[in-house]
Write a protein that binds this ligand. Sequence first.
Ligand SMILES: Nc1nc2c(c(=O)[nH]1)N[C@H]1C(S)=C(S)[C@@H](COP(=O)(O)O)O[C@H]1N2
Ligand SMILES: [Mo]
Length: 519
Amino acid sequence: MNKSPTTKLRDLGAFGLSGFTSAAVLFAVAQLASVFFATASAPLVAMGSVFIDLTPPWLKDLAIATFGTNDKLALFISLGIVAAIAAVAVGVLATRSFPVAAGIIVVLAAAIGSAVLSRPATGPVDLTPIILGAVFSVLTLRWLITLAARARSLDPDPGPAPGASRRNFLLGTTLALVGAAVATGVGKSLATVRNVADSARSALGLPAAKVLATPPPVGAQVEVAGISKFITPNKDFYRIDTALSVPRIDPSEWSLRVHGMVEKEFTMSFNELLGEDLVETYLTLTCVSNPVGGQLVGNAKWLGYPLRRLLERAVPLEGADMVLSTSIDGFSASTPLEVLTDERMALLAVGMNGEPLPLEHGFPVRMVVPGLYGYVSATKWVVDLEVTRFADKAAYWTTRGWAEQGPIKLSSRVDVPRSFASVPAGKVVMGGTAWAQTKGISAVQVQIDEGEWKDAELGAEASLDTWRQWRYVWENGESGNHTVSVRAIDGHGEIQTSEKADPVPNGSSGWQRVQFSVE
Ligand SMILES: Nc1nc2c(c(=O)[nH]1)N[C@H]1C(S)=C(S)[C@@H](COP(=O)(O)O)O[C@H]1N2
Ligand SMILES: [Mo]
């Protein structure tokens, strides 16, 4: 018996839909079950995390350049698309042989299972969600394939009413898809309810600092319409990390282990940490992936315990030159021991802008270190400090092609005018920011078109570790297209280099040049 092409297509569609639906069931069931296990027991989280760990630096950079801080959403969507295509293929394959299709689901589930097991802080019990997901998925596929076969237009034994069996198939598919959606929704709400970190954070009252930060002087915030805020609100603070799902740490269960090349190993609880003499400091954090003119930089008031004090207590041994800090989800950073013990205010931070750290910025405890890019210093959700040597250990990004040392490069940025902005003729007010943590900014200069470099006015200096805003008024903006370039001079008199460099391997450089037009 020969089938018409449309009938064949419709059959294929039905089987593809069965495959898609059973994959949706797999993810939904596993997602729901994962609420009761480690975060990384959820298939998408586990797969995504493995993918991120395998991402070469150029691809990470491209992802950030293309999607900015939506890079994680983009990853989830791509994973979803790949999974959907695979699922449709499995469904079509099931027409030939159900055991082979089921076998493929089992193999894929096993691969996801090994991704789950490869995450730090997961164990064999965390395989439960994917096992449940796979079982439900195979059962769903079996059921829908049977319904689809009955509904096949030219089935040798179509049963009494082919119309009715087609309806049954559609009903079954709808039921399974709705079930999957409900399971996902319930999983989401349960995860919120069970989020101990969230409730602990809301309940937490941070102690006052023993040493208060001097408030930024009046005039640190430069008044130019459209300029960035001198203090970045927590909700606007850039977020960069490898954590696909934000670690949820109950502070009462948090502890920090300090060990390695030290005379006295010790472990500190959250309450002990809060009992120490805490200090406040304003500090501008910067990401090594920040392109020239980029937004991966933010300035906040931090509350914490000086890492210097913590390390004094441990007494590092002769020959140690690095501290490897590790987070609960396996990220690590290697920071020169020297930097953590010299006079700068490197902190084990618990507070950000007067609040406990937001979950996505490291609750309950992270590091912040003046003068170093985040990837070599600012470990969020930190649980372990090992005093060691660069010769013996390597950190997360160092093993992925980024530089072992990451001092922040002297940089400046134009906030106003925005690229390709069109401004009224006459007085053109420009502004932006510049940073050289630990050295400070002594001057910012701007150049309009190919003109002379002119000094901008500087905002008041809050500290050497914070950025400094600038303002420049171009008195007679003439109609037409123009460019403005900016460069900074640090507190030691060094001029920002014009030499262009990409973020990989140790930070971007070059002068930002913005094109705009005067009406
Ligand atoms: N646990 C953990 N900490 C981390 C990272 C990470 O991926 N995981 N990324 C680092 C990087 S690259 C930067 S730039 C800063 C960013 O801190 P923020 O997200 O609070 O701005 O966190 C650092 N700390
Ligand atoms: Mo970063």
